[in-house]
Design a protein around this ligand. Structure first.
Ligand code: FMN
Length: 140
């Protein structure tokens, strides 16, 4: 392979899709309005940047899956780390992927039914095990 073929092969094989799943803890309990605002802002920005995913809020903890072009995932990750609404981050999974798990959601959301007072679209209520039909898809 000559130099330009090597470069071409690098770009063809470069991952175009990345997934990051993390957990974080909230310093203070969040209410319906706080969560509604986070989701609204997230969905608007994610639609622009090609990010899809899922956010779970239960027991004072977030678990979020973000998937999209690697540069967009990294940009969002840096914003998330600086956001004072949550802390104590733990990355559960990060790496290239072939397919999105939440292709149809700019950010699906699972939480307790009572936290959906605004009837948000893309809301999935938690069952007795603290999971929803969508939140289970975040697990490997
Ligand atoms: C739990 C949680 C999840 C969030 N998810 C997203 C998201 O999916 N997309 C997004 O753009 N912002 C999300 N945000 C907001 C970002 O942390 C950040 O405030 C926003 O992207 C604006 O960042 P900037 O000021 O660096 O542009 C989330 C915030 C929290 C607390």
């Amino acid at each position: 392979m000559n130099r330009s073929e090597t470069a071409m092969s690098f770009f063809q094989n470069a991952p175009s899709l990345e997934r990051l799943v993390y957990t974080s803890t909230v310093p203070e309990p969040l209410g319906t309005v706080d969560l509604f605002n986070i989701l609204n802002q997230a969905r608007q920005k994610n639609a622009i940047h090609g990010i899809t995913g899922h956010l779970l809020y239960a027991d004072g903890k977030f678990t979020q899956c973000i998937e999209g072009p690697p540069a967009a995932v990294e940009r969002l990750w840096q914003s998330l780390l600086k956001d004072p609404r949550h802390a104590m981050f733990q990355v559960l999974e990060r790496g290239p992927t072939d397919a999105r798990r939440f292709a149809e959601w700019s950010m699906a959301f699972s939480s307790y039914r009572y936290l959906n007072a605004f009837n948000m679209p893309g809301f999935f209520p938690l069952d007795a095990n603290g999971q929803s039909e969508k939140s289970v898809l975040m697990q490997k």
